[in-house]
Design a protein around this ligand. Structure first.
Ligand SMILES: [Zn+2]
Length: 199
């Protein structure tokens, strides 16, 4: 053991469509503490802004919130759960609830590693949740979440099932009501599962 308590915890961030949360994760106990919530500086706050502008703002916001959380010191390690598919190469390929339209793939982990001076790992938020349950769940399982969107991840044989582009369980925009007056989805389409069944 070396250093004080601050050296023994990781800084963790959850970026959703509405809220950014930052906290301490203690790997010894599995506890998350000192959680702070702020509105995400994305689509929800400025629906008209172009995707590259929102991407920059969200990166700046994560850097700023992490620095505020750690009192300006580089965190020991940084883990980010993000609401969008992440490729095997670490690129955020889309973030419909955070910056809307697809935009250019964003190397979020690389950018945060450069900016914070700490190795940053970025994973899809549902993938992160599946790993959290895998810590206590001995068998294979499927995790479903229903919040502002809807989706699932399958954990099988010690890993989350994803393709090379990070896709797996993106069922929210599946058309389940083909009628012309079906409920309108956030994405602009109609009758999508997310429009019918999510928050
Ligand atoms: Zn949709």
């Amino acid at each position: 053991m070396s250093g004080g308590p601050a050296d023994e915890v990781f800084t963790v961030v959850d970026v959703g469509g509405t809220t950014l949360r930052v906290g301490d994760y203690d790997p010894a106990t599995g506890a998350v503490r000192r959680v702070r919530r702020v509105p995400v500086d994305g689509l929800h706050r400025d629906p008209g802004a172009p995707v590259p502008v929102l991407q920059r703002r969200v990166v700046e916001q994560i850097v700023r919130e992490v620095a505020a959380h750690t009192g300006g010191r580089p965190p020991r390690a940084l883990g980010v759960a993000f609401a969008g598919p992440i490729s095997a190469a670490g690129l955020v390929l889309a973030a419909p609830t955070v910056w809307g339209r697809r935009g250019d793939p964003l190397p979020l982990g690389e950018l945060l590693t450069e900016r914070t001076g700490t190795p940053a790992v970025v994973v899809n938020d549902l993938t992160a949740a599946a790993w959290r349950y895998a810590a206590t769940e001995p068998g294979d399982f499927c995790l479903l979440t229903i919040s502002s969107g809807i989706g699932n991840k399958v954990f099988r044989g010690g890993e989350v099932l994803l393709d090379a582009d990070g896709h797996g369980g993106e069922l929210g925009h599946w058309v389940c009501d083909p009628s012309p007056d079906a409920p309108l989805c956030d994405c602009g389409g109609r009758g999508h599962l997310g429009a019918v069944a999510s928050g």
